[in-house]
Design a protein around this ligand. Sequence first.
Ligand code: GLP
Length: 241
Amino acid sequence: MKVVIAQSYAEMSRIAADVIVRLVNEKPDCVLGLATGSTPLGMYAELVRAQARAALDFSCVTTFNLDEYRNIPTDHEQSYRRYMERNLFEPLGLDPARTNLPDCTNPDGEAACAAYERAIAQAGGIDLQVLGIGHNGHIGFNEPASEFTDRTHVVTLSPSTICANSRLFASPDDVPRQACTMGIGTIMGARRILLLASGVDKAAIVVKALRGPVMPQVPASVLQYHRDVVVVLDEEAASCL
Ligand code: GLP
């Protein structure tokens, strides 16, 4: 595991974007796993700037997002599809056919999850998976549990995640209660992982994830077992390391 400590959120975002730019330049038809949340926003803005100055051509990249709420209209402003369209897909002019999120309008959630796994496999697997980390150590929506999850599945969100994500909704009652998320097995199947964390509120969970025992109660700790992980932290998130 390679840990890079940036001086600021802006520098963290530039370093992380550079990892992606280098991959896309080496392998223009790569498969990227993407994340939502506040943390990768600066990195996405850097990617948009890189393409604007012709340092990057995203047109052959295929993307798979980690997760999506269930039973939320895809055009809802807080759906993860809309987040991705606003912050990356539309500014980069990506062909929507190359951008994938779990289909959370399918009433059969497990069928939607199985279809997502098949699509990832058909695309040749994920070359690089971007991750943020929840305050409780969740990655994607894999919440602390008694076992690590395997493939993409339907999950009921924990009260702490509903509370954290309610900042983006009118009220906590409006936050969807369920999501489809790649499983830990799906994430660990990516050939490379890029984990980002920013802010002093992530410092305690970053230490547990990177230096603590590997256990499903801290889902991100499993990354210690992956052979190619780059962690980019700002100084605040790294302040307990
Ligand atoms: C959400 C997402 C995760 C994200 C995490 C942290 O619940 N499902 O993919 O990494 O929360 O979000 P943030 O970057 O806003 O702290």
